[in-house]
Design a protein around this ligand. Structure first.
Ligand code: ADP
Ligand code: ZN
Length: 612
């Protein structure tokens, strides 16, 4: 599809892809983006997590003259990113607040000498005149703005430092800029373009689908047991991330898993910075660790073999959820995104929104985000279709999510909804006081609790009219009414109140479709991993022990160099080596993921390991 006049550039890019990264083909979108930026154009790139954004600026930086400057908020990861690039033979460095004066001076000198291909910078650095004048004295080939959604207030991860990035364009009008993000609702997309002055840039929107991730959302009954079952039956020995909302639940779940024989570490902003860094480093370097974390963890983590991402609390938005789950299965092998959520989550999140700082418009935005997330949880439709829809991308039912694999029944919940709503109404009328979900359900089920006796609620006409459903089904009804905006939560105690639309149901002008709770079932044996050792499911009997030998060699080498194992080679690469069993350096060089530098560094060791 390339036009003849820039053929040489394309082949430059393809050559770099092969020589440096050891890959044969570009992924969807990469080639066009790279070609455009190499040619000096500005670009706004929307690609899902794990889609392959880094290459989109790394290759142009290698092809163009000068240094590519990468703005990234992920200070804690810059060292690893630079290590990974250095391992590929790329001349890379970073400047951030973790360095002392001398370290910074050294990097600056190398940059000024024109000996850096890539320079990573924290956004706050760009506010400093000293940084700007440094850049002005050097030769900048491009600006890459990573995690560009951080500039958007509409998004979920706003960082004020990013606002200053619009100035780059004024100061360096001729240097191409490429902004990249995995967050891509229309609103965020538009805001990034306007705030970064990227109106004239070309917009590249890749497919947001991550087909190897299986999406599953189930009602939260006994969260710890549910989580443990998932880990034991489907992900024994696998690396994964468990997200919790609060620091205290992070601690508790990490202890619980450890006590149950799962190697788990906690991560949250309340931990000592040193402990945090150490836990992150262990997660990246060791095989098969589970990180229990708040969402403070994970952005920019390029660990390719995370096999599952589990959420024990309801995420605040689909954007956040998709970014978090996208950290699973970057290597393209099967991975699981699992979420357990319950009524309490909805109540808690609504309350958090009510008490959140900021103006009404901000609260309304949070409400819209949450509603979309709830609708995803309660849908009877394909989860993936829902998600892609949300990002404005059409698709068909995926066959790899819980609703596709065991379709839930939709049922006509109109009568149940009327019963519940009229109970809310009655309680409101009778007393100037209202009650939470538990009490409402007791009334519907006709239970003689002390509270029922105290308020004489057994005399209500709705008392005992709901025995056709179980308690957990009633909780499902409440959740779904909340999700559909037919019921709302108010105040500190999670009091349920009617909304403007409730009247339509009470007045029989509106039907309510609900999702029937699917009994928690052992998942079918479709593509799933069988533990770290067995992750490469397709390995033959002969190849498996070879793969294990290669992994052992990799672990030793990584340890020696103090880098994560995947910086040496990805699992997928080791798998291909084990399968092909190359007998010469030349044959080895054809394996995907084996570039020039790695061949020179490790080629002989790999052949020796194979021959052993
Ligand atoms: P993102 O930044 O979009 O989340 P990355 O740039 O980290 O994704 O890429 C995800 C993974 O895919 C990385 O491990 C990377 O090495 C790999 N990758 C990227 N492009 C290619 C390609 N063309 N061929 C094979 N692997 C690729
Ligand atoms: Zn599906």
């Amino acid at each position: 599809m390339s036009s003849p006049e820039n053929d040489s550039e394309i082949s430059d890019a393809a050559r770099v892809l092969r020589r440096v990264f050891g890959y044969d083909t570009f992924r969807e979108g990469q080639q066009e983006i790279i070609e455009h930026v190499v040619g000096g154009g500005d670009a706004l790139v929307l690609m899902p997590t794990g889609g392959g954004k880094s290459l989109c600026y790394q290759i142009p930086a290698l092809v163009r003259r000068g240094t590519g400057v990468v703005v990234s908020p992920l200070i804690a990861l810059m060292q690893d990113q630079v290590d990974a690039l250095t391992g590929l033979g790329v001349r890379a460095g970073f400047l951030n607040s973790t360095q002392d004066h001398d370290e910074r001076r050294l990097v600056e000198a190398v940059f000024l000498a024109g000996e850096l291909d890539l320079l990573y910078l924290a956004p706050e650095r760009l506010r400093l005149d000293s940084t700007l004048s440094l850049l002005a004295r050097g030769d900048v080939s491009l600006f890459a703005i990573d995690e560009a959604h951080c500039v958007a207030q509409w998004g979920h991860d706003f960082r004020p430092d990013y606002l200053a990035l619009s100035a780059l364009h004024e100061r360096w009008p001729d240097v191409p800029r490429i902004a990249l993000t995995a967050t891509a609702t229309k609103a965020t997309h538009a805001e990034i373009a306007s705030r970064l002055n990227l109106g004239a840039a070309r917009h590249f929107v890749a497919s947001f689908d991550r087909p190897n991730i299986r999406y599953r959302i189930e009602p939260k009954n006994e969260p710890k047991r549910q989580l443990l079952r998932l880990l034991r039956t489907e992900h024994a020995g696998d690396a994964g991330i468990v997200y919790c909302l609060s620091r205290s639940s992070v601690e508790k779940i990490a202890e619980f898993l450890t006590a149950n024989g799962v190697a788990a570490l906690p991560y949250h902003a309340g931990l000592d910075a040193r402990v945090r860094a150490e836990n992150q480093a262990r997660f990246l370097r060791e095989d098969g660790l589970v990180m229990v974390a708040t969402i403070a963890f994970g952005m920019g983590i390029d660990k390719p073999d995370v096999r599952f991402v589990a959420h024990l609390d309801l995420p605040k938005s689909i954007e956040g959820y998709y970014q978090e789950t996208g950290r699973a299965g970057r290597d393209g092998l099967p991975a699981t995104a699992w979420l357990a959520y319950g009524l309490q989550d909805v109540i808690q999140q609504r309350r958090l929104i009510d008490v959140s700082e900021g103006d009404d418009a901000h609260r309304r935005r949070l409400g819209v985000h949450l509603d979309a997330m709830l609708a995803l949880c309660e849908t009877v439709d394909c989860r993936r279709r829902r998600i892609l829809d949300y990002f404005g991308q059409g698709s068909v039912a995926c066959g790899n999510c819980d609703t596709c694999l065991s379709p839930p029944e939709a049922w006509d919940g109109t009568v149940a909804a009327q019963k519940l709503l009229s109970t809310v109404l009655r309680l409101r009328r009778e007393r100037q006081q209202s009650f939470g979900a538990g009490h409402l359900i007791d009334i519907l089920l006709g239970r003689q609790t002390p509270k029922v006796a105290q308020f004489r609620h057994d005399s209500l006409t709705v008392f005992g009219v709901g025995t056709e459903l179980t308690e957990s089904e009633w909780r499902g009804v409440v959740r779904q009414l909340l999700a559909q905006g037919l019921l709302a939560v108010e105040g500190d105690y999670g009091t349920l109140v009617l909304t403007e639309s409730s009247g339509e149901v009470l007045g029989r002008r509106r039907e309510v479709l609900m999702r029937r709770e699917v009994k928690v079932r052992r998942e079918p044996a479709a593509p799933k991993s069988r533990g770290a050792a067995a992750a490469p499911a397709e390995l033959s009997e002969e190849a498996l022990p070879v793969f294990e030998r290669l992994r052992a060699w990799r672990a030793a080498t990584a340890k020696e160099q103090g880098v994560p194992a995947y910086v040496i080679f990805h699992d997928a690469t080791l798998r291909e080596i084990a399968t092909r069993s190359p007998s010469s350096l030349d044959e080895l060089s054809k394996v995907s993921g084996v570039g020039e530098s790695k061949l020179a560094k490790y080629g002989q060791q790999v052949l020796d390991t194979l021959g052993a």
